[in-house]
Design a protein around this ligand. Structure first.
Ligand SMILES: [Cu+2]
Length: 300
């Protein structure tokens, strides 16, 4: 039996409730190893990877999880682990995905932002703090990169970019080969990874696909160090993972690159920081996560 990751539009009310309940349970649950909230551990892992800038990148922008080949693999492992944690609360629960293309024409009114799901926009009169839904200011707190409390979740829909990805954008990413190319950073082209990550926007804005949806939501989501503070992070990244999975299925002869000549932490057999057995006890390499079906899940 595989875990089935569903479209947010196909969730029953009960499934939505279970998802919210499980996310909140992870926020409340304390890790016996670190003494921190399990949810906040995930925020900090993302922060650790983001702060681990790669000095070998001539542009100085690549880090362990972004603007480099491991972008897709890092986030796939991250979501996989997070989903396992959710399943400890609600057995069989999976992360749903936000297919942006169904909301391209009207992102403000996506069912994602329903009061019984992710809640709505931030309050522009009050520092863009979210005041509706299960993650409203009195019900959810966010953290800074040092783990201290930051306050209410922030969102600023459509202020920093006007739109979210379209079907044409997604088709472009699905049609682009190879997987990645030198110089293995945000200038790589052609590159499925860089196209999907969203640095190849035609207007040079760096805000296409994955990046654009982060920027459109704004607030916590646009602060790459702590973007998982917003629970929508996982639902957004589930769709990024899904698009990569579609690309993989369509291009079975196009493998992960680089296999060994790229930057440290990004090659097929490199350990991905902080899952190097030192920064955390975990160990994960891109090669471990290429086959999503082997990880035990599928998309409908
Ligand atoms: Cu990320």
């Amino acid at each position: 039996m595989k875990d089935v990751r569903k479209n947010i539009r196909d969730l029953t009310n009960n499934e939505k409730q279970n998802y919210i309940q499980a996310v909140k349970a992870l926020k409340a649950k304390i890790s016996p190893i670190t003494g921190r909230s399990i949810y906040d551990e995930y925020v900090l892992w993302h922060s650790l990877a983001t702060q681990n800038a790669d000095p070998t990148d001539p542009i100085g922008f690549r880090n362990s999880a972004h603007a480099g080949p491991a972008f897709t693999a890092w986030h796939r492992y991250y979501l996989y682990r997070f989903e396992k944690q959710l399943q400890k609360v609600v057995p069989g629960l999976t992360i749903p995905y936000w297919d942006w293309t169904e909301d391209t024409n009207d992102p403000f009114n996506s069912p994602l932002w329903a009061a019984d799901f992710m809640g709505g926009n931030g309050d522009p009169q009050d520092n863009n703090v979210v005041k509706t839904g299960p993650f409203a200011v009195d019900l959810w707190t966010t953290i800074n990169i040092d783990g201290t409390t930051k306050g209410g979740l922030q969102r600023q829909f459509g202020q920093l970019t006007s739109g979210i990805p379209s079907q044409a954008d997604v088709n472009l990413a699905i049609g682009e080969t190879p997987y990645d190319s030198s110089p293995w950073n945000f200038e790589s082209s052609p590159s499925h990874r860089n196209r999907l990550e969203g640095f190849l926007a035609p207007d040079g804005s760096f805000a296409q696909l994955h990046n654009q949806a982060h920027v459109w939501v704004g607030g916590d989501m646009v602060n790459v160090n702590i973007s998982p503070n917003d629970p929508v992070f996982f639902i957004h990244h589930c769709n990024v993972d899904r698009v990569w999975a579609i690309w993989q299925d369509k291009n079975p002869t196009q493998g992960y690159l680089p296999t060994g000549e790229g930057p440290s932490g990004h090659n097929l057999y490199d350990l991905m920081y902080p899952w190097n057995g030192k920064a955390t006890k975990l160990k994960a390499k891109p090669v471990d996560v290429l086959n999503y079906k082997k990880l035990g899940y599928t998309y409908v």
